[in-house]
Design a binder for this molecule. Structure first.
Ligand code: G4P
Ligand code: NA
Ligand code: NA
Length: 194
């Protein structure tokens, strides 16, 4: 998606360790118009599907997810990383290991917000090693929900996540695909390879 690639070139900062800082429009300050455009693009890509629910994980996935839900007229559910203080025991949970932070987190979704009647679109801001999306797919399996696919704003194609999702037989649509940060610059996967 050209608009997102241009914005990454303009405001993205490449940090050591192959990390792209996008605090200007996605991870801290958020550009609602850009998020709306992402939602429109996910809506276009998944227009043949009857999506009943958007699923993401807090916190940075929420902005693109909610715009997608707005465009598709469906609710948006975000998996929680912290245990809720109101323990009622009816949660779908999955373990998510973060290679970046070297910690294992448990994410959870209340059983009442996901069921076998749902056709889910999973949305997230970044796809790196794919552990977050993998956990969300596990939660959908627990709920016996259908998964129409995954929509990612920024995919780091040189990491394992994209391959992992495709190996699970799940459709993946990423709006910007980064092939490398060579010379501290963002290089995108050429569209002929998309
Ligand atoms: P994975 O789910 O793909 O395996 O991600 P990983 O554990 O490698 O990364 C952990 C966190 O870092 C995730 O956010 C992920 O979205 C984010 N992340 C990964 N690579 C980049 C990057 O190059 N740039 C930025 N800005 N973020 C990256 P999180 O911990 O869930 O935090 P948040 O959603 O609350 O922001
Ligand atoms: Na993040
Ligand atoms: Na995220």
């Amino acid at each position: 998606m050209k608009l997102l690639e241009e914005r990454i070139r303009e405001d993205g900062v490449v940090l050591p360790g192959d990390v792209l800082k996008v605090n200007q429009f996605l991870n801290h300050q958020i550009d609602p118009e850009l998020m709306y455009a992402l939602g429109q693009e996910f809506g276009r890509l998944y227009k043949e599907e009857t999506i009943t629910k958007i699923l993401t994980v807090e916190s940075s996935g929420i902005a693109p997810a909610i715009m997608t839900g707005l465009l598709m007229h469906v609710p948006v559910v975000f998996a929680k990383k912290q245990k809720s203080s109101t323990l009622d025991g009816s949660l779908y949970t999955a373990k998510v290991y973060s290679y970046t932070k070297k910690v294992e987190n448990t994410i959870s979704v209340d059983e009442k917000f996901l069921s076998a009647n749902d056709n889910v679109l999973i949305i997230d801001d970044f796809l790196a090693n794919g552990q977050a999306v993998n956990g969300l797919l596990d939660i959908c399996n627990l709920a016996e929900a259908e998964v129409a696919g995954v929509g990612i704003a920024i995919e780091k194609s040189f990491q394992k996540g994209a391959e992992l999702i495709k190996k699970r037989g799940v459709r993946l649509e990423s709006l910007a695909r980064i092939s490398s940060f060579r010379d501290n610059k963002v290089h995108f996967v050429r569209s002929s390879e998309n």
